[in-house]
Design a protein. Structure first.
Length: 424
């Protein structure tokens, strides 16, 4: 009998929530086959079987919080032939062992009814966490979705394609009505429909950390604006050559990342953190890029941004953003950033005050580029593409003079982007 334990995930993660079991008690599992999906503070992880056998017992259900090292189930030794699934089902499942062909036309009758066989088939469908989440939300049966994956794994795009081309729209269920609410709420919501949704573990963690930052850091925000004319002209002149040479588009993020690195070198306290009564001033430049993922905001990290070219930075950001959208980021890709950049302008934000990504002491907010009249001299005005930028910082170790100087440095570098080449 083998115990299924929650493995060590990362130094900062001690617990998780079981999102769903991919196998049910009585199912035969192969070594390395997915058993369950575990939701952690940062990423979703699929746990695999460490040995082949029968899933004997499940000790924790979906939605339960489990600790690292905790026993959550058992697997008994068994052979593939003991699986209750028919041969055709095993052949369709990705990662399952291929059944031996029958040697005669007569075979033993399956122990389950036809309906039970259908249920077993459903549990054996292999799919990515993002695909399972989308299928649950849309009420789609994963076993009915065709996939082009060579291993038979259902991906998120397969679910989207199935929903768009084959799945007829389903009637939306009526919102749940609150019952037996406290007296105060009964008066407030009397006779009005409400819907209750369980917060994902990631959303709970985001909420907890944002509140903690507000209580533990002396957070302050300073603002400036950047004339983006020079950067936009440079991109326009170089974009085709850049794409042909590096096979990646030249975006704004590489300019901002380079400008941030240069400003951090000039104002190193913004590349620090507080540990007890000490300041840890980092001599590396791992820049976090905030990305809106389906399950909440994540901040993957571009490592050693000071040593990377514009093309390297654009490629890294593109790959990390794609992984974030598909819920494929690893824990290592989310840890250890020294400073963060967030771009609310992607969603149309004109101005905001970003919240620190603890334990970092600085975060730069980018915003929407908008044509605004700018005074050229005492007599002339021109419409220029302007962007408001915001720096939130921890006033415990960063003074206003340094914060303002940091933001002015970024402004000057972006308004004369050739300087970024000299900064390396």
């Amino acid at each position: 009998m083998a115990e299924i334990k929650v493995p060590e995930l990362a130094e900062s993660i001690s617990e998780g929530t079981i999102a769903q079991w991919l196998k049910q008690p009585g199912d035969y599992v192969e070594q390395g086959e997915f058993l369950l999906e575990l939701e952690t503070d940062k990423v979703n992880v699929e746990l695999t079987a460490e040995q082949s056998g029968i899933l004997q017992e499940v000790l924790k259900d979906s939605g339960d919080t489990v600790q690292v090292g905790e026993i959550i189930g058992t697997i008994s030794e068994g052979e593939g032939g003991q699986s209750t699934a028919p041969q055709a089902d095993a052949q369709e499942s990705a990662g399952a062992s291929e059944e031996k062909p029958a040697t005669s036309e007569k075979t033993a009758e399956p122990r389950e009814s036809a309906n039970d066989e259908a249920d077993t088939t459903k549990t054996r469908t292999i799919a990515s966490p993002a695909a399972r989440k989308l299928a649950r939300e849309k009420g789609i049966d994963l076993s009915e979705i065709p996939t082009g994956d060579p291993l038979g794994r259902v991906r998120k795009q397969d679910v989207e394609s199935y929903q768009k081309n084959e799945q007829p729209p389903k009637a939306q269920p009526e919102p749940k009505r609150e019952t037996q609410a406290p007296a105060a709420k009964q008066t407030e919501n009397a006779g009005k429909p409400v819907e209750r949704q369980r917060m994902s573990r990631r959303r709970q963690t985001i909420a907890k950390r944002l509140v903690e930052v507000q209580h533990t850091a002396a957070m302050l925000t300073t603002f400036n604006e950047v004339d983006m004319t020079a950067v936009m002209n440079l991109r326009k002149r170089r974009k085709d050559q850049f794409l042909e040479q590096h096979d990646v588009k030249l975006g704004f993020m590489s300019f901002f990342t380079k400008a941030v690195v240069a400003a951090l070198k000039k104002y190193p306290l913004l590349n620090a953190e507080i540990q007890g009564d000490e300041l840890v001033i980092k001599q590396f430049y791992d820049i976090g890029i905030a990305v809106a993922a389906p399950d909440g905001l994540v901040v993957p990290v571009v490592r050693d941004a000071d040593r990377k070219t514009f093309a390297d930075i654009e490629k890294d950001i593109g790959e990390l953003a794609k992984k974030a959208r598909n819920n494929k980021l690893s824990l290592n890709e989310l840890q250890g950033g020294s400073f963060t950049i967030t771009n609310g302008g992607t969603f149309g934000s004109l101005l905001s005050t970003p919240i620190l990504n603890s334990p970092q002491v600085g975060i730069l907010g980018m915003h929407k580029i908008q044509l605004r009249p700018v005074a050229i001299d005492e007599e002339r005005f021109e419409n220029r593409p302007m962007m408001y930028i915001a720096l939130s910082y921890d006033h415990r170790i960063v003074d206003g003079k340094e914060a303002v100087g940091f933001l002015v440095t970024i402004k000057n570098l972006l308004e004369d982007p050739e300087q970024l080449l000299l900064e390396g």
